[in-house]
Design a binder for this molecule. Structure first.
Ligand code: GDD
Ligand code: GTP
Length: 418
């Protein structure tokens, strides 16, 4: 069986900047692994999955090395298929339908590349088969307000989707699509019907003016809507942890959850207090090539990338530090992301604001707030240092976003440094 990961392209994911300026968002490291490697690992656990197809419009040079490395180190075949232009979530799969169908299996998994979860793939597949479904959607509950930012589903007592609205403007349902699917190969016939329908041809004549390809089709807006009430579109509501990754702040939140999943399923990936000289507060991931001073304290929820150096007396919590960064002696880093090759000087303080889901609201998801509030002020969020940023000693950086290649020699509070 195959699995497809839709990763979009360089024109998408603007809310993830500046972190996606020099690394494609799907490869941003979370809990020490590129974001979509977590999808690959979930696929590895399903015995019938033998091949993962990553589909997107990034240059092959950006994604191919990751795919090659994954193929070498896994029993799965991992391939990157490049769209010549964004074709939409269904259009991308339709374009590569021959590759997806090759091998003769009757169904495949499909994932949005920007979701993170404890993926219940076996359960989803069994459900799909038991319902003889054409398309089965993993779904979860959100708050009434937050559901408006997702695809909303109404499901009848047979589990069949009776109503679906993508990002509705008024309340439709608390049940949302997680962007994780099992599809039967006959879905390609539905896609063909949509592309060649008269209505669609008419629509294309209009949308082409907006620069979309004539074979652009959205799984959510064109295919799922068509399948409503056909008894072929099903949803499986699950309670597993799940989140989208849209903003840089959400990366810290998903980092924490992936670390917690390591604790349950792969504790050997986490730093264990018995094997190290420095102090940790669980959960912490440290790349084996990183050098941490024995008087530093890391955690909870910290991921340290390759070749990072952490000096004496440093305190880091709720943070991702990317490869080659230096955190010099006695500095403190909280709720932040430190880009690769960046340097935080001695006795400096880098601090962001937690933007976790509201713990008092059941089913709350990440807010993914816009950068500015209605008064034009920066909304407090994680502090982000782009790559190759240098912060001088004894300076404070609070709730700020710093674009790559900056030398910071004064304090910054609630600022974007362009
Ligand atoms: N290959 C390819 N080509 N991938 C694409 C394209 C395309 O043209 N367009 C989007 N994608 C990828 C994105 O990279 C992302 O991983 C996924 O498809 C969905 O992206 P969007 O179309 O931007 O939708 P969204 O993330 O705002 O919402 C989707 O996900 C939600 C769950 O996170 C929808 O599926 C919602 O219904 C759903 O609730
Ligand atoms: P925004 O509303 O602009 O945040 O985008 P979106 O939500 O429509 O995009 P989405 O997050 O669904 O798509 C993100 C995809 O675009 C990811 O899978 C990344 O692959 C990619 N991406 C995002 N930002 C960048 C970037 O700056 N550079 C590159 N190379 N890729 C990016």
């Amino acid at each position: 069986m195959k699995a497809v990961i839709l990763i979009g392209g360089p024109s998408k994911g603007t809310r993830f900047r500046p972190l996606s300026l020099d690394i494609p968002k799907p490869l941003f490291p979370i809990a020490g692994l590129p974001m979509i490697q977590h999808h690959v690992e979930a696929c590895k656990k399903v015995s019938c999955v033998s091949e993962v197809l990553i589909i997107g419009s990034y240059n092959a040079a950006d994604i191919q090395p990751f795919a090659d490395e994954m193929s070498r180190s896994n029993s799965l075949v991992i391939r990157y298929l490049q769209e010549y232009t964004p074709l939409g979530t269904a259009g991308a799969m339709y374009h590569f339908r021959d590759q997806i169908r090759a091998g003769g299996e009757d169904s495949f998994f499909a994932f949005n590349g920007d979701v993170c979860a404890d993926f219940p793939l076996e359960e989803l597949l069994q459900y799909h088969k038991s319902k003889k479904s054409l398309l089965t959607i993993m779904s979860t509950e959100a708050t009434r307000q937050q559901a408006l930012n997702y695809g909303c589903l109404v499901v009848n007592n047979k589990g069949c989707v009776a109503h679906y609205v993508e990002k509705p403007s008024t309340f439709v349902s608390n049940l949302i699509s997680c962007g994780v699917y099992v599809a039967s190969n006959e879905i390609f016939q539905t896609m063909a019907d949509v592309i060649y329908s008269d209505r669609s041809q008419e629509k294309q004549r209009i949308t082409n003016g907006y620069g979309k390809d004539s074979t652009y089709i959205s799984l959510e807006q064109d295919i799922m809507i068509k399948l409503i009430n056909s008894e072929k579109l099903f949803a499986l509501p699950v309670e597993n942890w799940w989140s989208q990754v849209k903003t840089a702040g959400s990366a810290i939140y998903v980092n924490r959850h992936y670390l917690a999943l390591y604790r349950l399923h792969k504790p050997e990936r986490l730093v264990s207090a018995s094997n190290i000289k420095y102090q940790i507060i669980d959960d912490v991931y440290v790349h084996p090539s990183a050098s941490i001073h024995p008087t530093a304290v890391l955690g909870p929820n910290v991921s340290i990338g390759a070749n990072v150096t952490v000096g004496a007396g440093v305190r880091i919590r709720e943070t991702i530090v990317m490869e080659n960064a230096q955190i010099q002696a006695h500095s403190i880093v909280l709720y932040s992301i430190i880009g690769k090759d960046s340097r935080v000087g001695e006795w400096a303080r880098v601090e962001g604001t937690p933007c976790d889901p509201n713990p008092d609201k059941p089913f709350a998801k990440m807010e993914n707030q816009p950068l500015f509030n209605i008064y034009g002020q920066l909304n407090p969020s994680a502090t982000i240092l782009g790559s190759y940023v240098s912060l001088a000693s004894e300076k404070i950086l609070l709730n700020s976003i710093i674009l790559p290649h900056k030398e910071l020699t004064r304090d910054f509070k609630n600022e974007i440094v362009l």
